[in-house]
Design a protein around this ligand. Structure first.
Ligand SMILES: Cc1ncc(COP(=O)(O)O)c(C=O)c1O
Length: 374
């Protein structure tokens, strides 16, 4: 069966001051990274997260490259990272010659299982890469305690977690350096974009240097090391400033969306839904994930295909890092098993979760899922 109706998996809302600020860029001619909106976006975003410095870059993936390099992690070092995450977390480690060491996911929150971190620490461990996944933060207090006791740095990937808090402290406030993405499906979007935030003046200077080709001082075009051109443009930052003005409204929209899906799907006993609350956070439902129980015959791929026939956009869950061909070919993770990540990767997907989703869209997507599972 097919449908004429479509509910995209994500659609941003761009009906605030976006057009006005973009107009401003064009009228003023400030379209490169050398424009006033970049500074403004950096300052306002960092302030929102309670950090001293914001360093805007061109996406959330390269923000992690800069973070790894800024912390001078390299060959011989190990970093503990969840297996259930995006390749953006692992690729910078590999590029820097760092050895990634994995932990499994927590079956309820889908975040890294903090209880597994300590047993993975060796004399070579230098840092933990925290990744907040899909809507709930990682349980930070025990993780911070481990990091403190073992003298480990923290890279916090808060790409998905704009405006979310852990025990009332903003996500993005926990890392020596923390990173964000502003891809079109994020609460605050610049189309493509990213940011590093930190309180450390030296780290901030180093991040700024690395994102800008490591141009001198003392003289431009004289280099003492390699950087990248990872700059964000004034046009992107103009979007970001307009989006950030509405972050609280966007968070409320996401939470309403999550509550509505849960109301409509909560009685289906063959699927797991996102956990609405833990004792440290309320879910912000960056995406509304579904995990099919074992008794559901079709796997996630098939359910997504059937939903697609009904016009309902979906995306699969992340694929675990220990099962990535590109990492296995490097001889990594041989014989390692992470059963929770493996299970949610094959049984999990998410429903339309964009900012522009209407109540009708949610009702249609939920009814379609119910029909497909019947
Ligand atoms: C947890 C996480 N980290 C990093 C990224 C990469 O961000 P970007 O797409 O801006 O490169 C994403 C993207 O969605 C993400 O979900």
């Amino acid at each position: 069966m097919t449908s004429n109706r479509t509910v995209p998996v994500n659609e941003p809302l761009l009906d605030g001051n976006e057009r006005r600020y973009l107009d401003d860029c064009i009228t003023s001619g400030w379209i490169s990274s050398d424009g006033p909106y970049v500074r403004r976006f950096e300052n306002e975003f960092a302030a929102r997260v309670g950090r001293k410095h914001g360093i805007a870059v061109c996406n959330g993936s390269v923000a992690i490259d800069v973070a790894v390099d800024a912390l001078r992690l390299g060959p011989g070092d190990e970093v503990i990272v969840p297996t259930f995450t995006i390749i953006s977390c692992l690729a910078p480690l590999i590029r820097a010659g760092v050895t990634p060491v994995l932990v499994d996911a927590d079956p309820l929150t889908w975040n890294m299982n903090v209880d597994q971190i300590e047993e993975k620490i060796t004399p070579r461990t230098r840092a933990i890469m925290v990744v907040h996944i899909y809507g709930l933060p990682v349980d930070m207090d025990p993780l911070l305690d481990i990091a403190l006791r073992h003298g480990l740095r923290i890279i916090e990937d808060a790409a998905e977690m704009h405006g979310q808090t852990y025990r009332e402290r903003p996500c993005g406030s926990f890392g020596d350096v923390s990173t964000f993405s502003f891809y079109a499906n994020k609460h605050v979007t610049t189309g493509e974009g990213g940011m590093l935030v930190t309180d450390d003046d030296d780290l901030a200077d180093r991040c700024r240097l690395l994102r800008n080709l490591a141009f001198g001082p003392p003289r431009r075009f004289v280099h003492h090391e390699f950087g990248w051109n990872f700059r964000m443009s004034n046009i992107q930052a103009a979007l970001g400033v307009a989006q950030l003005e509405r972050l609280d409204e966007f968070l409320a929209r996401k939470r309403r969306m999550g509550a509505r899906y849960t109301e409509l799907l909560g009685d289906i006993d063959t699927i797991s839904l996102p956990v609405p609350h833990t004792d440290y956070a309320d879910n912000v439902y960056w995406v509304y994930g579904i995990v099919l129980h074992d008794e559901v015959k079709p796997d996630a791929e098939e359910v997504m295909r059937l939903l697609g026939n009904l016009g309902v956009g979906t995306r699969p869950f992340f694929w675990p890092m220990h099962q990535q061909p590109v990492l296995r070919e490097l001889g990594l993770f041989d014989g390692e098993r992470y059963p929770v990540a493996e299970r949610i990767a094959t049984r999990g997907f998410y429903l339309p979760s964009g900012m522009a989703l209407s109540d009708d869209d949610i009702a249609y997507a939920a009814a379609s899922l119910r029909q497909v599972l019947r």
